[in-house]
Design a protein around this ligand. Sequence first.
Ligand code: GLA
Length: 384
Amino acid sequence: MTSVGQTIAEFRRRFGGEPKVYRAPGRVNLIGEHTDYNDGFVLPAALELATYAAIAPRGDRTLRIHSQLMDETVTFDLDEANPKPRKHWSDYVRGVAVVFESAGHRLTGADVVIGSDVPLGAGLSSSAAIEVASGYALLTNSGLAVDRTRLALACQRAENEFVGMRCGIMDQFIACHGAAGHALLIDCRSLERRLVPIGARVRLVICNTMVHHEHAAGEYNLRRRDCEEGVRRLSAVLPGITALRDVTADDLERHAGLLTPVVHRRCRHIVSENARTVRAADALQAGDLGLVGRLMGESQASMRDDFEISCAEVDVMVELNAAADGVYGARMTGGGFGGCTISLVEASAVDAFKESVAKGYRDATGLEPQIFTSPPAAGVGAVG
Ligand code: GLA
């Protein structure tokens, strides 16, 4: 964990001079899991936890990047022909630079220090935070205008093509378009977005299970493949569809015989989760926290039983969350197989919630969870 002050101090010590500093947030997703790459709906909020990029221009086309977390500096030449990923943390920064350059943006060389307080591998989107912070910093440092939606798309492309993770658009998009006090309903097909206020009465409480199962990235890509297979098979009888977004619950059940039982369950999660996400956004807007909470509970059951992306520790954590006083709803957040849960908790009940959940989780698993609240925060921007 670092603070922005430490990132600036590191820059001065390492490179000298005064940097400009940019911040991109981690995120929590309230509902709408794995729907983004099915052209569906998601409802994330940006967090106060963020990644910082301290940057100053150089007179050449070199990028010199230091990670505080890894305590390591790497250097790239922006003119290198045919740049290849190195399976290294720096791929997140370099991938974004490569995507910009290939899209015709000429970047200025730079010295950069990256600091972050988004925990890695916790399902809070540390990857998108480093991509978006670096992308915003590199563009601004080069005197280029930032279009937030294009920045999100470029960062997603860097992760898909350079890092090799077939993620959807949610994480990069909320890191770009988040707004204080709000969740954001995103239509991942049209990229239309609607801010939904989160009232002061309720807190977002995040519980880190402290586990992240190793097969998570492989399983993520497998889930994508199952969804694609569902679309391929269903399109034989539903010729207009291009994604599970286009399939209704009735259509799916009518044609279930075309699918293997596993693919049918995967599709049922996506189709039902899309409907839940749109309903939850409307309920949140209307202040009906009871309904939002019930939909979160249904989402958890669907992730556990149909999409099969939960795990024992997450199940324990969600049960403890849901059983605490003053809780409207609880579910796992992010890609799955560990990471964090998100609960909507009455503001006055947060302290007791933290205590009872920490004790229950410790007793059940022997692990010490991290539990914290964050107000919904702003998307990427300059610091200070
Ligand atoms: C990861 C991906 C996102 C999204 C979620 C699951 O965070 O990066 O694109 O698919 O998993 O909802």
